[in-house]
Design a protein. Structure first.
Length: 315
């Protein structure tokens, strides 16, 4: 079973690259949502994403394509495609441009050190914006640390892990299952999950509060508090590559007063957490209709919440 029973791709904003990795005039081949695309930065500095295959004879626009102003030029016969609209803006050897000479242009948004595209299974336009996170560029907070990992699991199963308190004991070897409360805002789309746990830190043991805010499946932040005067913050975007593969990008920062002591260990702990999960994720299947027990109330809420991100034919 190649997709291991997983649903399609949920609707929402997804990171497709780091801002720092795309200079003006750069052209990158990317593949997300089981779809080949070209990512490039026009001369104005704006990032663009188009479907990859040229409508002329099917060349891949990222394999030898070049930036011309705000367009990308196909390597095969030089047709140019506008980054904003996807329309063919020029055929160097013809005055008339066929009306069907266009590729799909994706809605792009660049912020929080990441480049995002809007994915919607029915092609609907973005219904909300990627939040701007002030901590990631605040001089009172450390320069961001960027980290990414590709995981062979469906995006929903990766996200579900955050509302599965029991696995923290079994997989992450925590001594107790953390208490977690969840609440919803903005018509039920944005989810807050607050967990409480006692954590050993280089500054001593503290009762920590973890506030996780999730804007859609795969777009989330985690803010940790409980050490007086110290802030720890993580912003993450997780993107489906295909039904079996997902990439997660994390931007981490800590208040400057904490970065030397708590910050480094906190960041190392978070990345270690992911490797604990890896064996489970790599080998699991997706259960569309799992057998749940009475302790699984958060999982039930999570499954109910995720439904809104799927167009009906996908689940
Ligand atoms: S295949 Fe792209 S211009 Fe011919
Ligand atoms: Fe986990």
């Amino acid at each position: 079973m190649s997709d291991r029973g997983a649903p399609g791709f949920p609707n929402g904003w997804y990171a497709v690259g780091w801002s720092k990795d795309l200079g003006v005039g750069d052209v990158r081949r990317i593949r997300y949502f089981d779809n080949e695309m070209v990512l490039f930065r026009g001369r104005s500095g704006e990032a663009h994403v188009l479907d990859a295959y040229c409508p002329h004879l099917g060349a891949h626009l990222a394999e030898g394509g070049r930036v011309q102003g705000e367009s990308v030029r196909c390597p095969f016969h030089g047709w140019e495609f506008d980054g904003a609209s996807g329309e063919c803006s020029k055929i160097p050897y013809c005055a008339r441009i066929p009306t069907r000479a266009r590729v799909r242009a994706w809605d792009v948004c660049e912020r929080n050190h990441m480049i995002f595209v809007w994915h919607h299974a029915e092609g609907k336009p973005p219904g909300w914006d990627v939040p701007q996170i002030p901590y990631l560029d605040d001089p009172a907070w450390s320069p961001v640390r960027l980290w990414e990992a590709e995981v062979p699991v469906h995006i929903q199963d990766m996200a579900e892990n955050n509302l599965d308190p029991v696995h923290f004991e079994y997989v992450h070897k925590m001594t107790a299952t953390p208490d977690t409360e969840i609440s919803l805002e903005e018509d039920g789309r944005v989810m807050h999950a607050v967990s409480y746990s006692t954590q050993e830190t280089p500054l001593g043991a503290f009762d920590m509060q973890l506030v996780r805010k999730t804007w859609c499946i795969g777009l989330a932040s985690v803010e940790s508090s409980g050490i007086p005067g110290v802030g720890l913050y993580m912003f993450t975007s997780t993107t489906p590559i295909d039904r079996d593969h997902t990439i997660s990008r994390w931007a981490l920062t800590a208040t400057n007063n904490a970065v030397d002591v708590a910050g480094e260990e906190w960041m190392a702990n978070i990345t270690k957490g992911l490797s604990d999960d890896y064996q489970i994720w790599t080998n699991k299947i997706h259960r569309a209709d799992p057998v749940l027990c009475e302790a699984d109330t958060l999982l039930v809420e999570f499954r109910r919440w995720v439904k809104q991100f799927y167009s009906s034919e996908q689940t």
